[in-house]
Ligand binder design. Sequence first.
Ligand code: FES
Length: 105
Amino acid sequence: MRRTFVEVHVSFLRAQHYNHSMGAKKKTEIICRCNNVSRATIEDAIRNGAHTLNEIFDTTSAGVGPCGGSCRRKLGPLLDYYLKHGQFPEKIVEDLTGKDPAKKP
Ligand code: FES
């Protein structure tokens, strides 16, 4: 059976809404644009024991790209939140202090 354009479009919109509400966006969100590292990859690394920024850099290559590590503003808060709460935040609040989170005491 052939579907009309409207039926196909409505189906597409429903799928988009479903994926969005199921956190699909979160899984495909790119944190490190230099090295194309997704949030899911970083969260997996943290779950598997990368509990310092240097360990995240080593296991995922996030944070060590040619831009100098602008994604560290997200990596630091994501890791801190996980270490404090044992789960990841819905939304990452970037650290805009200008300090490199890898060099925090
Ligand atoms: S965006 Fe991650 S190192 Fe550039």
